[in-house]
Ligand binder design. Sequence first.
Ligand code: SAH
Ligand code: SF4
Length: 383
Amino acid sequence: MFGAMDIATDDTRKDLLGLTRDELKAEMQAFGEKPFRAKQLWHWIYHQGETDFAAMTTLAKPLRERMKDHYVVGRPKLVQEQKSSDGTAKWLLRFADGNEAETVHIPETDRGAVCISTQVGCTLTCRFCHTGTQLLVRNLTAGEIVGQFMSARDAAGEWPTPNDGSRQLTNIVVMGMGEPLFNYEAVRDAMLIAMDAEGLGISRRRITLSTSGVVPMMKRYGEEVNTDLAISLHAVNDELRDELMPINKKYPLDALFAACRDYPGASNARRITFEYLLLNGINDSEADARELARRLKDLPAKVNLLPFNAWPGCGYEPSPPAVMKKFSNLLNDLGLSAPIRVPRGRDIMAACGQLKSESQRERKSLQKARIAAGVTDEPSLFG
Ligand code: SAH
Ligand code: SF4
């Protein structure tokens, strides 16, 4: 079952989801318990996926009772599910304060990735990205970030944590709404929880974090977390990238490539992925492909070519398939692996850069309807 716990918003009990090992230990100590309780709890929460203290049978009964009065183990709550004809599922998840974000499950034959969000909205305004048309509402907490993956496990019935080889949900991609490196601590803690071998057990090589290029945080992320890294590149000269991605004005290409070169653990066996969106007549010429290959020449790099998902009013068009193919072939000839990524979940607006907008629109009309009906008890979160 999906998101079994339905925790009321006026619930004052503390949510244990998202506490790091050290924080959980400190919490248990403050609760008058020995540190090993934290280890037991960790196992229940992240290995067994248990949300009900009553079922945590290695804890003494009186303790279970006491825990229930003071704590919860939360989950983001599923409020809407859309399934694509290609099997991709998009979930709108609601957090305890009523804010919402989207999580996407992309099943493949021998694996499955869960694409998770790190912020509600985004402070950046990349011109091609639908999320970028929304304001930042707030950062998600570590529990809300890792909770998206755990809700997906609830839905897949994948508890206790299965062996690596028998999982449906094998990978995490941090490519949903928001810029993860602008919410550094929460993202770090969530990833460390996801990677913990005595819990969710998703190895760092099965996690990819995508950033628009927050240069000063990249090294620290590499040192403290060190999952695979993807860079939203989309342009190979500063003038165009300034226009497409305003963050480039602050951290231009030279600084970005230098930070990639410094990313701990990057090597030819472990390449950085450069995401490159093909926009008709904007960045898809032969000269662009040559410049891309030149700039990535001395980096452990691979390229993912993304077909552009157009949205109303965006002002760009996707490059025609023949142009994409030519671009990809040229990069291959120049020695760069550059597959064209098959977009998933297009029919339900679940593809990259499209998250949240539909639900926002729905929310607005719902809000209007509410106001028209004189019901104003729910705060408007999205203006
Ligand atoms: N903020 C982070 C992660 C989320 S975006 C980042 O920018 O990297 C995930 C990927 O989707 C990024 O590569 C982003 O550039 C890409 N993307 C955004 N809008 C898109 C669109 N309309 N079509 C295709 N990809 C898009
Ligand atoms: Fe934010 Fe990434 Fe979209 Fe840019 S591409 S607006 S950084 S979510």
